[in-house]
Design a protein around this ligand. Sequence first.
Ligand code: 5GP
Ligand code: ZN
Length: 113
Amino acid sequence: MNCLFCRIIDKKIPSKIVYEDERVFAFEDINPQAPIHILIIPKKHISTTLDITHEDNELIGDLFRAANKIAKDRGVAERGFRLVLNCNPESGQTIYHIHLHLLAGRVMHWPPG
Ligand code: 5GP
Ligand code: ZN
């Protein structure tokens, strides 16, 4: 499959790995938008949030549990962090393999850009 994030999971493309287990993979974003900017992705290829099915219920929970663990490990859980998941062009989605952006280490603004 011609998917950049599937190739990163397979380690055919190098990344700065932050977390990995049977179902979840997390790595540093190549173009960080905050002091901490980590992408948390399922190892299963899912193109957009619209493609999530009931079969993925546990997997989606796994993504959030991994995000919480990373936030705690990086010491930002109490200060705060932002999770972003873009879907389709107007949201800014550029890679069609779902990914939670974990952003932290600075004050976040609302509304987002
Ligand atoms: P999206 O815009 O789809 O929500 O987010 C895609 C993210 O993937 C962007 O923040 C972008 O910087 C990141 N990204 C794109 N290509 C690579 C890459 O080759 N390696 C890493 N580590 N991040 C990437
Ligand atoms: Zn993929």
